[in-house]
Design a protein around this ligand. Sequence first.
Ligand code: NAD
Length: 329
Amino acid sequence: MKILITGGAGFIGSHIAESLAKEGHEVIILDNFSTGSMENINEILSMKNVHLLEGDILNYEFLLSIMKDIEIISHQAAQLEIGSAIGDPIKDAKTNIEGTINILEAARVSNVKKIIYASSAGIYGEALKIPQDEEHPKRPQWPYGVSKYAGELYCQQYSLLYGMNICALRYGIVYGEREWYGRVLTEFIKRVVLEGKPPVIFGDGMQRRDFVYVGDVVEFHNIFINEDWKGFEAYNVGGGGSVTIKELAWLVIKLADSSFEPIFEDTEEGRCSKITGRWRIPKELKCLELDISKAINKGWRPRTKLEDGVMREINWIKRNPNRWLVRRV
Ligand SMILES: NC(=O)c1ccc[n+]([C@@H]2O[C@H](COP(=O)([O-])OP(=O)(O)OC[C@H]3O[C@@H](n4cnc5c(N)ncnc54)[C@H](O)[C@@H]3O)[C@@H](O)[C@H]2O)c1
């Protein structure tokens, strides 16, 4: 099949591209390289069935010009830094809302059969019920969650109005090889494994988070490449549980075979750590844990144990330490 992957040079998009290319599909990677990188896709670009288009989802005419014969769109491109979205909500909304509408409109005009939309658990906000199922109220805590949810609502609109088949996958915290530097797991790995320093935890470390390995996300995503569905659907894609940030820090220490103990730092929300310089997100969630029963009913299950996935990420960054020179916020 001929599949367009927006954001295909990014962390998750490049894993999707690699897997679909290996399955023999014709893969077109579209990326503006704002956060994506050639290093993520260099290897697969040598395959005959992989093509790279450098371009922007904000350029509607360009999107129209490349849609011919596309059968499926996997829309992964987004602005996804929570801090940047708070600092520049207009840019965030442009990329995540206008960019998504451009994709939907170009797909409609060009009769694309299926769209898979990368949504986020960030649309739910603080958990009112644990775990959070797909019906959980949507009360995002940050502009990023608002823009990702708005993208989803436009997907629903296009499905309602034009009968388009669109599926939203609400990822938890995706981790694994090629993860970008700035989020909590990468901070811990960089400090402990690359710098030989103890991890720094904001607050008491009892915040719960749902981590899902990128390879498992790709497996679930690809079910929708191979199967058909009608109308709009939404699925949580999580790891099947949650860990506290404190447990995560201890896991990294154990896997790095280190004798450190975590440092607990009472950095105020919205301020930077005095030790690492890392910014603490305002309105931090107490708990993010997804109910993945609906995805399990589709015959999928996250197969990678957190400690195995984290070990793979550690081994990857040891081989590629230059990938985490610049922190994203
Ligand atoms: N990483 C996670 O834990 C996570 C969690 C929930 C949802 N998501 C969603 O998954 C998707 C992929 O996230 P990721 O972690 O791989 O991020 P990423 O930053 O690695 O990938 C995003 C890609 O989109 C590209 N891009 C950004 N703006 C673009 C534009 N205007 N035109 C063309 N390309 C553009 C970037 O260059 C990058 O390659 C996003 O839609 C994100 O909202 C990610």
